[in-house]
Design a protein around this ligand. Structure first.
Ligand code: ADP
Ligand code: MG
Length: 259
């Protein structure tokens, strides 16, 4: 198994120092070549779980209060930060809902893509530039030579999302985490970006895809987990069967709301 999350619990500390549980005893697994969709309404704990994997949640206020996360045989919850830095980017790529969470507004996209490569690979600047160009092409950015010099705000939302997907995938991570990557895009662009992600993800990597959109789940998932109030209430390794006959009342509600 590529990723095993075992009984993960995460809490947030408030100003008084009290802990509020955002994820409770969450367990799931994901193999290469699979897309696991984590679904549930806003506030159900999806991002908390996903961002705990590469430890991208600031601590404090967040605390992992229990559980283990195994990626390709390495446990991440207790891994020293220095080692974790090699894992982030190289073994785990992340696509956020808002590309500006990953892109700097001050540097052109070519430099940012090159920096990602140079941080993790021992290659020349020219080779890194060639990779940046290759990936802009792969994610369908027109006139990639020109776009290398563009600042993020000079691109449309859909194009920015493509750049972030390039950045997340160019190091060929084992795990891609995509947290509502298309929620902020309009419908036609959403469909393009979903197709792109499907095309670029291979049998070599697993995808953890977070969404509250059941239509997206039906397109992407090979496995799914339904979350409510920080807990997984239903899991399925057969999305077609799930859509036909969901078991948990909350899953039924979600599906009814989507149809
Ligand atoms: P989802 O991604 O499903 O919308 P989140 O994981 O963002 O849900 O949030 C789960 C719960 O954790 C919510 O109650 C939210 O208020 C809380 N939470 C998330 N981030 C923080 C934070 N930085 N500080 C305090 N509470 C947070
Ligand atoms: Mg979220």
């Amino acid at each position: 198994m590529l990723l095993e999350v075992k009984n993960l619990s995460v809490a947030f500390e408030n100003d008084e120092g009290d802990l509020h549980t955002a994820a409770e005893s969450v367990s799931f697994e994901l193999d290469r070549g699979e897309t696991l969709c984590l679904v549930g309404e806003s506030g159900s704990g999806k991002s908390t779980v996903a961002m705990s994997i590469p430890r991208l949640l600031p601590s404090p206020p967040s605390h992992v209060t229990g559980g283990e996360i195994w990626l390709d045989g390495q446990e991440l919850v207790k891994m020293p930060v220095k080692e974790l830095r090699h894992i982030r980017g190289a073994k785990i790529g992340v696509v956020f809902q808002d590309p500006m969470d990953a892109l700097s507004p001050l540097h052109n996209v070519g430099d940012q893509l090159m920096e990602t490569v140079l941080l993790h690979r021992d290659i020349s600047k020219a080779a890194a530039r060639a990779m940046a160009l290759e990936w802009l092409e792969k994610v369908g950015i027109p006139q990639p030579e020109l776009r290398l010099k563009a600042l993020p705000h000079e691109l449309s939302g859909g194009m920015r999302q493509r750049v972030m997907i390039a950045m997340a995938l160019m190091l060929e991570p084992d795990l891609l985490i995509a947290d509502e990557p298309t929620t902020a895009l309009d419908v036609t662009v959403q469909a393009q970006v979903l197709r792109l992600m499907k095309r670029l993800c291979s049998n070599k990597n697993g995808v953890l895809f977070i969404t509250h959109d059941m239509g997206v789940v039906s397109q992407m998932a090979t496995r799914l987990c339904v979350m409510k109030n920080g807990r997984i209430v239903e899991k399925s390794t057969d999305p077609a069967a799930f859509f036909k006959s969901p078991v948990h009342p909350y899953s039924k509600e979600l599906l009814a709301a989507a149809s």
